[in-house]
Design a protein around this ligand. Structure first.
Ligand code: ZN
Length: 249
């Protein structure tokens, strides 16, 4: 890890009027959550068609078997890591305004970030397919599949974005607004391959914003839109960055 680059990144963040963190699967790998894609990804173990909205509507109980399995093996077990905690500390220091995440693991909220735009929803909530009532994910509620709304009895769906579903309108609108609003985009653990999320930092760059990228390996973004590339594991880089911001405060 290059300390000079960490110092440069800290300087950008300190002088920014507004900073956003834009996160993807790479930030949660060290919390034990595999990415969906890639050789060891969840899609090598599960059939992604089970998370297609048309399949879910036709076969909710079968889809829920898969969802319950994924939740208990991964999303329900994991804890925030040093990178999530660094972002929460940055928010507390007034050096980070908002997190936009593509992850559905709830780890930014668990770490303590107050303003998290959930671009793909959240696996820890269930929403009613009929009355929009929200329910927490509990063992009781999924004891019988498919789980049903305690208010109206309709089938509950996990509150994350399925294949074939649009991005939640408010999240989309708020995230797009940051592409003209925030001066600095701190892009962590995302390779710029999942659309439409990948368009956000590209749009920010087009608007003249500074892009700081944190990734283990160069990505689609590096050399295209990235101004500062901090190569390394998210926990290492973010711990160093937050320490730098702490010292300079
Ligand atoms: Zn309902």
């Amino acid at each position: 890890m290059n300390l000079d680059l960490i110092q440069q990144a800290a300087a950008h963040i300190r002088t920014a009027q507004r900073t956003v963190a834009f996160t993807g699967a790479g930030i949660s790998v060290e919390s034990g959550i595999p990415p969906f894609r890639g050789p060891d990804g969840l899609w090598s173990k599960y059939d992604p068609s089970h998370l297609d909205i048309r399949y879910f509507s036709a076969h909710p109980a079968e889809a829920w078997e898969v969802i319950r399995d994924i939740f208990y093996k991964y999303f329900g077990q994991s804890q925030p890591n040093a990178a999530h905690l660094a972002l929460a500390e940055m928010e507390q220091m007034g050096q980070l305004d908002v997190v936009i995440t593509q992850n559905i693991d709830n780890l930014h909220q668990a770490a303590g970030n107050q303003d998290v735009i959930e671009f793909h929803g959240n696996s820890h909530r269930l929403s009613c397919t009929a009355c929009d009532q929200s329910h927490p994910f509990t063992a009781e509620i999924i004891a019988t599949l498919p789980p049903r709304c305690t208010v109206c009895g309709a089938v509950l769906k996990p509150d994350f974005v399925f294949f074939g579903e649009p991005i939640p309108a408010l999240a989309q609108r708020r995230a797009m607004a940051e592409t003209t609003r925030a001066d600095v985009w701190l892009v962590i653990g995302t390779t710029g391959e999942v659309y439409p999320a990948a368009l956000l930092p590209v749009e920010a760059k087009r608007n003249g914003k500074t892009i700081i990228e944190v990734n283990v390996r160069p990505s689609e973004l590096t050399g295209q839109i990235t101004d500062l590339f901090l190569q390394g594991r998210a926990t290492e880089v973010m711990s160093a960055l937050v320490a730098q911001l702490r010292d300079g405060a």
